[in-house]
Design a protein around this ligand. Sequence first.
Ligand code: OGA
Ligand code: NI
Length: 303
Amino acid sequence: MSLQPPVIDLSESERAHVHQAIDAACRDWGVFQVVGHGIDLRLMAALRRQMRSLFGAPLEEKLAIARSANNPWGFYDRELTRHARDWKQVYDYGPPDGGDIVPQWPAGLPAFKPIVREFYQACDDVSLRLLRVMSRNLGMPAEALDAHFRPAHTSFLRLNYYPKCPAPSGQLGVNAHTDSGAVTLLLQDMPGLEVLHDGRWVLVEPRRDALVVNLGDVLQVWSNDRYVAPLHRAFTHPDEDRFSAPFFFNPAYSTNYAPLPSAVDARHPPRYRPINWREFRARRAAGDYAPAGEYAQISQYSI
Ligand code: OGA
Ligand code: NI
């Protein structure tokens, strides 16, 4: 078997050996898979089926629930990553904000809404559990970071559809990037996700019972670079469609993140200036939707 990121069983997530395994995975890889996460495998299977139904619908039906300038939730098929066009269609679900931002539901797929909402909630719970372990591993009280995610947060669930791509060699499904939030949970069905590890692209082999966890930039900053937000990308297949569902566990807009006090000492001075999440998101989004211009990165906040 080729070198793989660790697979960690969360069913004993209060035990010290699990905390240690998570700490090592965060330091060495920035990515790992979790099993025993408590999410019903039937719910995961149901979500996979709903993804196929949604993206298999006629384009007019998908465009009827397209994202707009005022509402980021819904269908979209022209996204860029680092200014390069991805070979994918996406559907984003996040909660309503009391204003123009509202989820959009496909007509004719009655089971889609309850399944998406249930999966979102389940991912939110698992993410918070993982965050508490990471907070402790970084020398803080377990619940020290909760306030950035409760009650307000900006987490969302994305459904990705990578249509079969006749000449896949030069075209990536999603181009290499780091996720900008705290942690991402990913459900995948077929091979495609690769992470950069020790200078090499490593395939993260899909398991039907597992979710992939990867750290985002916010955790790298909090940890003062003890943890790494890994570069990752996804390839397409010449004769098969691929689907995946990342849940981005993102803090509240008001969050200002900087290295945690426990990650800073005389030998490890802070490596980042405080970053405001709303401001960073806005700058990153501009780079993902525009073909040119600056691409927001945490290194721009390095001290
Ligand atoms: C993403 C992502 C990987 C995949 O959407 O941010 O990294 O396997 N997706 O779909
Ligand atoms: Ni990603």
